[in-house]
Ligand binder design. Structure first.
Ligand code: G3P
Ligand code: MG
Length: 523
């Protein structure tokens, strides 16, 4: 799928851009400050620390607005149709005469997707990176022998140009199919992280973050698990999973239905994001088992459920955080809520549009590679099923919002995380000029990276099994056998062909006196 132009969706050109959504189909009665309400954009206004960079096919985007009253969020206009990734699958569900019309009637243009203003987006970081200052300033300790940190800083003084280039590049890693397969390590993944974390000629940490459509666990739990698998520290401060940007929605909705994931893990995720009143489908089934007639409800599930009288509660929004473990129950409850009067179970709205509560999905992947030989259905497939059911039952299209790759909001959020991580690593809060996305899925990692103006590298260790390059969404920097090949090619381009992908203690430590190179370095 190539990049979309806004005019394809009935959007005005940048010069014509107005501050209201183009014939927005959304006439719902949401809370006044709902994130789906269009905010006036502020072309040319100060946008804080967010860097303005070239943006592939999203290049004409409306700038981010940071209003004084917006607390910890920034508004990101959803310029790209959330339908785009599923359009090939959706045509037979559309009653509209043309794709263009269908998209205009179904997309969320003009809606503002909130994302957290992410500087120090989480205080749950599991990993600290002691800097050289910490090493030097330990009171009462004997004089320190030259450590790698000290030697590295001296080497870096000598190779100032390479250091500058190393701080002007960053990697964004997809996880599944690039660094790991589920819980299984891809060996080149560990090798790459070793190198980027300092096992290189300069002993320098080359900035990198992780951007996955994975979901279903709190960030800390997942980064701890990944740190073990990859045998490298991964901080929550450099980690984005599909629902991470959705923490911003906690400011807008009080009572939410959270769907998907194992057991009650997504309730835990929502709690950590600050959602106040969280309901999961099992709470509803425990209150009224007849709502899901085919459900076999175990004692364990009943014990973990928090039933109450849901006929007296309005649910403000639906958040699909992760893959449904029980399509029949989850779809039934979601459709019940979407058809209800303002989220009150047991009611059916007279007008299915104006009284409908909003629904959000954390990502739109149709398929996900697993141990099974044929990829399994993921959230995108679940969503398409829901859309079809909703349309069949109400006669109207379901408007919805999708986060995750390749949606714009997620890439804007990634920019924030890169800048913040640069600050932690190198004391410079900015996005490097040369960002490389390494991914295995052309329809997610590569299209998103291309549209955002990043360099993109496609690896052959995951979803992509094709020829020279993906014909629909070709990787701009190339196709590589694995993540090591991709990262080293990018480093050679930015740091020179002579860049060495190994730290050599002996080569730089004058105490060991066995290298001519050491003479260039004063201790
Ligand atoms: O599609 C779900 C998830 O497994 C994809 O993960 O890391 O490849 O974005 P990732
Ligand atoms: Mg992947």
């Amino acid at each position: 799928m190539s990049g979309f132009k806004e005019v394809d969706f009935g959007m005005p050109s940048p010069k014509q851009r107005v501050h209201t959504p183009p014939d927005s189909p959304d006439k719902t009665t949401r809370p006044k400050d709902s994130p789906l309400d269009t905010k006036k954009d502020s072309l040319g206004e100060n946008r804080g620390s967010i860097r303005h960079r070239r943006l592939g096919s999203w290049g004409n985007m409306v700038p981010i607005e940071t209003s004084p009253g917006s607390h910890n969020t920034i508004e990101v206009p959803a310029l790209r149709s959330p339908d785009a990734d599923t359009s090939p699958y959706m045509h037979n569900l559309s009653l509209s005469p043309s794709m263009r019309e269908r998209r205009v009637s179904r997309n969320s243009f003009g809606a503002a997707l909130p994302i957290p203003k992410s500087k120090r987006q989480s205080r749950l970081s599991s990993v600290t990176f002691p800097g050289i200052q910490d090493v030097l300033k330990r009171p009462g300790m004997p004089p320190i022998q030259p450590t790698r940190e000290i030697l590295a800083s001296q080497v870096q003084d000598v190779y100032a140009e390479k250091v500058k280039a190393a701080k002007n590049m960053a990697f964004v890693f997809d996880i599944d199919g690039v660094l790991v397969h589920g819980d299984r390590l891809i060996p080149e993944g560990k090798r790459v992280l070793d190198m980027l974390n300092g096992d290189n000629q300069l002993g320098i940490r080359i900035p990198h973050i992780f951007l996955t459509n994975g979901s279903g666990k709190p960030e800390l739990a997942r980064t701890e698990q990944l740190s073990k698998i990859l045998q490298n520290p991964i901080s929550t401060e450099q980690f984005i999973q599909s629902h991470t940007p959705m923490r911003a929605l906690a400011e807008y909705y009080n009572t939410v239905l959270v769907v998907g994931g194992e057991g009650t893990r997504c309730r835990e995720v929502a709690e950590q994001y600050g959602f106040k009143d969280i309901i999961v489908p099992n709470d509803i089934v425990a209150w009224d088992p007849s709502i899901a007639p085919y459900r076999v409800f175990t004692e364990e599930e009943r014990a973990a459920a928090r039933p109450r009288d849901f006929s007296k509660i309005n649910i403000d929004a639906i958040m699909v955080f992760s893959d449904s473990r029980d399509y029949a129950t989850d779809m039934q409850i979601i459709v019940d809520l979407l058809r209800s009067e303002n989220g009150r179970l047991g009611t059916i709205a007279k007008d299915p549009v104006s009284q409908r509560i909003p629904i959000y999905f954390s990502q739109g992947d149709m398929l996900c590679p697993t141990e099974h030989p044929i990829p399994r259905m993921s959230q995108g497939a679940f969503r398409i099923g829901l859309e079809a059911m909703y349309k069949a039952l109400t006669g109207v299209e379901l408007e919805r919002v999708v986060y995750g790759k390749p949606e714009l909001a997620t890439y804007k959020y990634a920019d924030e995380v890169i800048a913040s991580w640069m600050d932690i690593l190198h004391g410079e809060e900015r996005v490097p000029e040369n960002v490389y996305m390494i991914g295995d899925n052309p329809a997610s990692d590569i299209i998103g990276g291309n549209m955002y103006g990043w360099n993109t590298c496609l690896v052959r260790t995951g979803v992509f099994q094709g020829g020279e390059n993906d014909p629909e969404n070709p990787a701009s920097f190339g196709v590589f056998a694995n993540v090591w090949e991709a990262v080293t090619a990018a480093c050679r381009k930015e740091l020179g062909d002579d860049f060495v992908f190994k730290w050599d203690d002996k080569g730089v430590n004058p105490v060991l006196h066995d290298s001519a190179a050491a003479s260039a370095i004063e201790v």
